[in-house]
Design a binder for this molecule. Structure first.
Ligand code: CTP
Ligand code: ZN
Length: 160
């Protein structure tokens, strides 16, 4: 709170992703598909004090208003994250992230015999919150959240 957060200035319009567990900011940007190349100004603040978490990261994206559908994937990496939509310097919307029910078309299925690897079919993973697992709707392969996130980061990381 207060002075310590002024390490990065307030933004006029855009999205602030706050209360990210420390060390996860770069992974959050990666799953959002935000790289330095697209022209938006992005501020990444790492390891700042937090009243709710021990230490936290913050990501500020200027000029982009991320929708719930776009940000829910963050719940896999940073379930504590809060999304703040900023317009004319004011927080006009604050929401938590919640696990999406399905994640479509984001990554390839790791099962090389899966039909999605051989036909032009968009992948679809169901998020099973009870078992903390993700399951391919086509071949049924199940991955733990951490395996699933690792796969997402690996595949997105090599995409550019
Ligand atoms: N923020 C910003 N630019 C603005 C307004 C807010 O970058 N024009 C950032 C703040 O620095 C903070 C986050 O957006 O990291 C949320 O702002 P606010 O709701 O004012 O802060 P808190 O009350 O501390 O939020 P919370 O209750 O979610 O902890
Ligand atoms: Zn599959």
């Amino acid at each position: 709170m207060g002075m310590r957060e002024l390490i990065v200035s307030k933004i006029k319009d855009g999205t602030v992703i706050d209360h990210i567990p420390s060390g996860k900011a770069l992974d959050v940007l990666k799953v959002l598909g935000i790289s330095g190349g697209k022209g938006h100004r992005v501020a990444i603040v790492m390891n700042v004090e937090s009243s709710k978490l021990n230490k936290k990261d913050i990501v500020k994206i200027e000029g982009r208003f991320l929708s719930k559908d776009e940000t829910d994937i963050i719940a896999l990496i940073a379930p504590t994250a809060t999304i703040n939509i900023i317009r004319n310097f004011e927080v006009v919307e604050k929401r938590k992230v919640s696990l999406p029910r399905v994640i479509s078309g984001l990554i390839r299925c790791p099962n090389i015999t899966c039909i999605t690897r051989h036909e032009g079919i968009e992948t679809n993973f169901e998020i099973l919150s009870a078992g903390l697992r993700a399951r391919c709707s086509y071949c049924g392969i199940e991955l733990s959240y951490s395996e699933f996130v690792e796969l997402i980061l690996k595949q997105l990381g090599t995409r550019t």
